[in-house]
Ligand binder design. Structure first.
Ligand code: NAP
Length: 549
């Protein structure tokens, strides 16, 4: 690999805005910022656009937000004309949609594929960012938009002996494009988060035998996927603009779920269980967690919802020892990302599937022939790591972000990520972050958050230009006030009770800080709107002296 510290092989490109990432966020940023007449370009490490949906091609990969919701809203024509074949979009279908959007809005000409940004430096005197790619290309831009994703840095645990394994191994987030056929193989899946829960039933149907290595049981609800009902589609499309507006008034940025009005504890047990049953039959996670006002803030209330699902697991899985292992008891439902599945628990009734508890007997090493746990060896032909990501901060951690004033993002975030509104970082002017730490993104319909963030960023840049200004940076005070608020909101909920990637618990040594804003999309958007309307309090807006009058 060429040394990126040497002089660039190609002439430096000069932009108004450099965008890191060519997924849903980067693509919308191109569209929106281009609309302001700005010269923009997105840099994408993959050989295709689509981000998450480009990389995560594991069997069964599917979005667990309904397809009519999980789509861009910025063009009514687009949302009217696109036809989603199923209630939940599959990975290939979503990728097809993203490619369609790129073509329809002519976005591709401003995406540079196979290009990983390694260094980003803000030059205070020149008032511009210089980005350097892995192969030494240099890009200069007044503004930089980090749209590199929040679950985009796959993590394979540092198991001893992994390189000695004679079979093939895979990570859910780096899946081979040609697919993998597990027919007749002895397969091990490590990890039972959203990715594991989606792939396990499908791999089980192919493999000779599947061992699932579970450290922590997760709650999963039935997705109840199916073909798109034409009536549902046409009704939704007729109401699209109103539904999108209504979604913005909800915590998850998803419309169609009546706002709960009662505590779970104010309802007689029978009635409550009937409500849970109806949500269980309806499918989807929002509807279940939104059944009562306090499922995510009162442990006692949450216990009722958790126990209902545990009982579903017990009545689905025939072997009661397996059922008890699958029934989560260490965290309240919803405090880790709630999984959606198709036949997940039923899969454990198959003769060719074995659940291995690696909480009581942890994985010690990967051997030439399989997995060794404290309880014994498992012979495998293939291992699948569904072990998650360095969430929220991983993608930015992989870029050496610094300024000529001596600020280094890795140092600034050494004790956990600090942002103002999740959108900017103090000491790093003109650098915007999309759906990173401090943003509600991962707790919402992601595309709604992406559009809201990018719109806010575009409006901020437009505001600067209209006022002959060219620099924006949050104050350290505003940043710490926001981080305190993010933590205070999280502490008023049950979320901190779980060892989740929301707190970085899955990465050894990562500072344990609650990263997403769980105050709700509605509250967040209101705050962002107020900040913009109020002339950007908490930010310093300035005109740099090198600007020619
Ligand atoms: P994840 O939720 O972080 O799950 C990783 C799994 O691997 C956990 O079960 C974890 O156990 C296990 N694990 C990690 N290290 C391990 C080790 N050393 N030994 C044994 N087990 C280990 O990752 P994910 O399933 O890829 O999902 C990440 C996020 O991506 C989701 O929460 C969701 O936001 C998103 N996602 C969404 C969809 C969808 O929309 N349908 C699908 C996939 C992913 P512990 O819990 O004990 O750490």
């Amino acid at each position: 690999m060429p040394d990126a510290s040497h002089s660039p092989a190609r002439p430096t490109r000069q932009l108004d805005v450099a965008i890191v990432g060519g997924g849903l966020a980067g693509l919308y940023a191109i569209h929106r910022l281009r609309g302001l007449g700005l010269k923009v370009r997105a840099y994408e490490a993959g050989s295709g656009i689509g981000g998450t949906w480009f990389w995560n091609r594991y069997p069964g990969a599917r979005c667990d937000v309904e397809s009519l919701e999980y789509s861009y809203s910025f063009s009514n024509e687009l949302q009217q004309e696109w036809k989603w074949p199923e209630r939940y979009g599959t990975q290939p279908e979503i990728l097809r949609y993203i490619n369609h959007v790129a073509d329809r809005f002519d976005l591709r000409r401003d995406v540079q594929l196979n290009t990983r940004i390694k260094v980003a430096t803000f030059d205070s005197k020149a008032n511009e960012w210089t980005l350097r790619t892995e192969d030494g290309e240099e890009i200069r831009a007044r503004y930089c938009v980090m749209a590199a994703g929040n679950l985009s840095t796959p993590r394979v645990p540092d198991f001893k002996g992994i390189q000695s394994f004679k079979g093939k191994w895979y990570h859910s987030g780096l899946w081979p494009h040609e697919g993998v056929d597990f027919t007749g193989l002895r397969v091990g899946v490590i990890g039972t988060g959203s990715s594991g829960v989606q792939m396990i039933p499908i791999i089980a149907s192919q493999a000779k035998h599947l061992h699932v290595f579970q450290r922590t049981a997760n709650f999963s609800l039935p997705a109840r996927n199916g073909p798109m009902e034409p009536e549902r589609e046409s009704r939704h499309k007729a109401e699209y603009p109103a539904r999108r507006a209504a979604a913005a008034e909800t915590p998850f940025a998803i419309a169609g779920h009546p706002k709960p009005t009662q505590s779970a504890l104010d309802v007689p047990t029978d009635e409550r269980n009937r409500a849970y049953e109806s949500k269980w039959q309806e499918g989807g996670s929002i509807s279940y967690l939104y059944a009562y006002t306090d499922l995510l803030v009162s442990k006692e209330s949450n216990d009722t919802a958790s126990e209902f699902v545990r009982n579903k697991i017990r009545s689905t899985v025939k072997d009661q020892k397996t059922a008890e292992l699958l029934a989560p008891k260490d965290h309240p439902i919803g405090t880790k990302r709630l999984c959606l599945d198709t036949n997940y628990y039923e899969t454990y009734n198959r003769d060719n599937v074995t659940l291995v508890d690696v909480r009581s007997a942890p994985i010690q090493e990967i051997t030439e022939t399989g997995v060794r746990t404290a309880a014994g060896d498992y012979e495998l032909d293939a291992i699948v790591f569904a072990t998650g990501f360095d969430a929220m901060t991983g993608a930015l951690r992989e870029i050496d972000v610094r300024t000529t004033e001596g600020a280094v993002l890795a140092d600034h975030w050494a004790g956990g990520p600090l942002t103002y509104l999740g959108l900017m970082v103090s000491g790093f002017p003109n650098m915007f972050v999309v759906t990173g730490p401090g943003s509600p993104g991962v707790k919402t319909q992601m595309i709604a958050s992406i559009e809201q963030h990018v719109d806010w960023i575009a409006d901020a840049i437009d505001h600067l230009h209209r006022h002959q200004l060219d620099r924006i940076a949050p104050s350290a005070d505003a940043e710490s006030e926001w981080v305190n608020h993010v933590n205070a909101v999280a502490d008023s909920t049950l979320y901190p009770l779980a060892n989740s990637w929301y707190v970085g618990a899955n990465i050894p040594g990562k500072p344990r800080v609650f990263m997403p804003y769980v105050g709700g999309f509605d509250r967040y958007k209101k705050r962002c709107d107020e900040v913009a309307a109020g002339g950007y309090p908490g930010f310093t807006l300035s005109r740099h002296e090198s600007v020619v009058a």
